[in-house]
Design a binder for this molecule. Sequence first.
Ligand SMILES: Cc1cc2nc3c(=O)[nH]c(=O)nc-3n(C[C@H](O)[C@H](O)[C@H](O)COP(=O)(O)OP(=O)(O)OC[C@H]3O[C@@H](n4cnc5c(N)ncnc54)[C@H](O)[C@@H]3O)c2cc1C
Length: 205
Amino acid sequence: MKRLPKRGRYDEETVFQILDKGFVCHVGFSVVGQPYVIPTNYGRSGHTLYLHGSAASRMLKALSEGVPVCVTVTHVDGLVLARSAFHHSVNYRSVVILGTARLVEDPAEKMKALRIFTEHVLKGRWDDIRKPTEQELKATTVLALPLEEVSAKVRSGGPLDDEADYALPVWAGVLPLETVAKNPEPDALRKNDPPLPEYLKNYSR
Ligand SMILES: Cc1cc2nc3c(=O)[nH]c(=O)nc-3n(C[C@H](O)[C@H](O)[C@H](O)COP(=O)(O)OP(=O)(O)OC[C@H]3O[C@@H](n4cnc5c(N)ncnc54)[C@H](O)[C@@H]3O)c2cc1C
């Protein structure tokens, strides 16, 4: 961040756009001196990021005990191909969140958080599916991380070569990259499936 300050962004809109574009984060925390970085899903509502998982999860257990956490979200938007090796880069958008997560214990708040989590990944899904039973809710840990100490960093645009290198006979530019949804594959064990829901047609983020 210090080396390339022009890429540092802190405005809420940029942070929320980056968080809402994705649903996979990496959760960094340390337990007895051993750092872990674990990939997991998330959902956002307002100034809260929700994480969820099995009540047996070591990650969620550690975080619910108040271990400080660092969550990162990254989108790779392209390969930036310069004329020199030195100026090659990547177009990206990323967010880093620091803080301490809160265990969501109230069943009503937990259910609400799971709805937010599900809707964040696939909008429209929650209304279609069977909701968690009391027992399933107990077996699920939900954590809320406040979006208070947050930074965003964005790199976009073409390569920035040294003046003398522009004359070199080397292809330079950007190879844009994105994650795309392919055709939905129906479950082979389906018995009573309705037609493909609207929210699965042309899914994109
Ligand atoms: C895209 C994605 C989304 C996921 N979403 C969720 C989610 O929403 N909720 C959830 O609970 N889990 C999710 N997982 C699984 C998650 O990464 C952990 O494996 C899981 O939460 C168990 O964590 P734990 O701390 O209990 O690991 P443990 O069972 O304690 O793991 C033991 C050891 O195995 C290794 N390990 C753990 N997880 C991984 C991994 N993913 N890859 C490689 N090594 C690993 C680590 O060294 C760890 O210390 C997701 C994984 C991926 C890749």
